[in-house]
Design a protein around this ligand. Structure first.
Ligand code: ATP
Ligand code: MG
Length: 395
């Protein structure tokens, strides 16, 4: 007989969603099924308030590694399914406790029960007592003591209407909301440290995040492109099914460099990026853009310059890093696994086109006056006509 494990998945904020709870649970279950292998004898059960995943013991570790990457999971425990039978549960408890007792000589333990099926004939404290006393009767003489506050080993029991699970561990998940529950959005992804973190944070709020990269490759080679491909793939591990749009940006940069006031260049490049991203988002019915901007981080991210880029679009702009400092952003980038790629050397997007002193408080009428000096609408159309669309899952 194949030895089985049951992984008990607790959701994060889904529990708060009242009537929408079913909708959120369905999406989370779909995301979990999509992330886990199909051919390993995995089975799912969805009792009220939980998702249970039955797996052969040999693949449990592999499954757990995948669950750690799925937004919307508050925590999970690896345990076993049992009958709601005190002798059977106590036998498992003894089996799990014995080796610990052997190595430590003494052990403080307790039993903790959660009973969602109120029809079960015993209360939670009664179950604790029944199971705890059975375990004690076998192991007391070998050094086991009951200690609820100072417990070194907690045997947890969850009794549902149809399922009873026991376990001795709890691991934190990514939390947040399941990807797809909020909808699709488009992240402006550069090869830097910030924008991948911004994308990740929005994925954890239930968005499926697609990416757009403005590539100035004839000037800088394909280094930026390669980095963005790798970054999209890493962020996609948390969500799946993302698209990456890559657009040539060099003609626009050249036009701005050659025709506009030098100090305005950066804000003008960025207004063009926002316009193009806006057009793609609308084409794909995505009601929001995401950027890695953080207030005051560089000259282009002052309040005035952010306003000067926001006003060229009419959809939501999300800047989840707006109040974070660089240190906090770097910490997150390391946690999600994008940092090492982001710091690979790459000529800066705007380095060869950078003004010596960029404007910090761009004035919209002056920017608009600059834009009259080149054919920005035609250039925008041309960039969109030459857009490359990549399915990130297939990378
Ligand atoms: P990052 O913020 O990713 O670390 P950065 O610090 O160089 O890059 P800026 O150049 O100031 O940031 O750009 C701010 C934001 O604008 C980025 O976080 C990203 O969302 C977007 N962005 C900048 N350059 C590009 C580009 N070439 N393609 C797509 N988005 C870009
Ligand atoms: Mg930045």
């Amino acid at each position: 007989m194949i030895e089985k494990r049951t992984i008990l998945v607790r959701y994060d904020e889904i529990g708060l969603k009242g009537g929408n709870r079913k909708y959120f649970t369905k999406i989370l279950l779909k995301n979990i099924k999509r992330a886990l292998p199909v051919d390993r004898g995995i089975e799912y059960r969805v009792p009220r308030g939980r998702i249970l995943i039955d797996v052969p013991k040999s693949v449990a570790d592999e499954i757990v590694d995948q669950l750690k990457m799925i937004p919307g999971i508050a925590s999970y425990s690896v345990g076993v399914s049992v009958n709601p039978d005190f002798d059977e549960i106590a036998a498992f408890g003894v089996k799990w406790i014995e080796p610990l007792l052997e190595s430590k000589g003494k052990l403080k333990f307790c039993v903790r029960t959660r009973r969602s099926a109120k029809t079960f004939p015993k209360t939670s404290p009664e179950v604790n007592f029944e199971v705890g006393s059975r375990i004690m009767s076998q192991l007391q003489e070998r050094g086991l003591v009951v200690d609820i506050k100072g417990s070194e080993f907690t045997l947890e029991i969850e009794i549902g209407a149809t399922d009873t699970i026991i376990f001795d561990n709890r691991h934190p998940g990514l939390s947040g909301l399941p990807v797809g529950s909020a909808g699709n959005i488009l992240c402006m992804l550069s090869g830097g440290i910030d924008s991948p973190v911004a994308a990740y944070l929005m994925a954890c709020r239930g968005c499926r995040v697609h990416f757009v990269f403005f590539d100035n490759q004839p000037f800088l080679g394909r280094g930026g492109y390669e980095k963005v491909l790798k970054l999209s793939k890493i962020i996609n591990r948390f969500q799946g099914r993302a698209k990456l749009f890559v657009l040539p940006f060099q003609d626009i940069q050249v036009a701005i460099r050659d025709h506009c006031r030098e100090e305005n260049r950066v804000v003008l490049y960025r207004r063009m990026m926002y316009r193009i991203a806006d057009a793609i988002a609308k084409q794909y019915k995505m009601p929001g853009l995401v950027t890695g901007e953080s207030l005051g981080q560089v000259a282009s991210q002052t309040l005035e310059n952010l306003a000067a880029v926001t006003c060229v679009t009419s959809i939501n702009i999300f800047r989840p890093l707006i109040g974070m400092n660089k240190e906090g952003i770097i910490k997150r980038a390391k946690e999600i696994g994008t940092y090492e790629i982001s710091i690979e050397p790459q000529p800066d997007c705007c380095a060869v086109f950078m003004p010596s002193s960029p404007v910090t408080r761009g004035k919209i009428p002056i920017l608009e006056n600059d834009e009259e000096k080149f054919m920005w609408k035609e250039l925008q159309e041309k960039a969109l006509d030459n857009m490359e669309t990549i399915q990130v899952d297939n990378l």
